[in-house]
Ligand binder design. Sequence first.
Ligand SMILES: [Zn+2]
Length: 121
Amino acid sequence: MSPVDTDRFQSLLQEERARLVKELEFLREENPGSVEEETGEETHFDQHPADAATATHDREVDYTIEESAEDALRRIDAALARLDAGTYGVCRVCGRGIGEERLEARPWTDLCIEHARTFGP
Ligand SMILES: [Zn+2]
């Protein structure tokens, strides 16, 4: 038997997943095309260095958000796969139960609180 109420965490993960998918769609609509495609095509940036700096800054911020949303999505997919496999809610380092309180805050985690300090969020 699984150490946690997997149905509940499955719906938590699916809700969070749906939210992230929407967020990523929105970000991609806002930023069609890649950074590489846009560099070198515009000459007006040379005439307005301040605008160019602002545009570059915005772009970097957006891509950071997009990357972290994609990262979160990968974590959620991995967590859903663990739910299917019956290994959800177990620390991947020490194999102990992660604890429902922590899973409620971070339903995608595969680290107990102790190992999250060592191996990241
Ligand atoms: Zn652990």
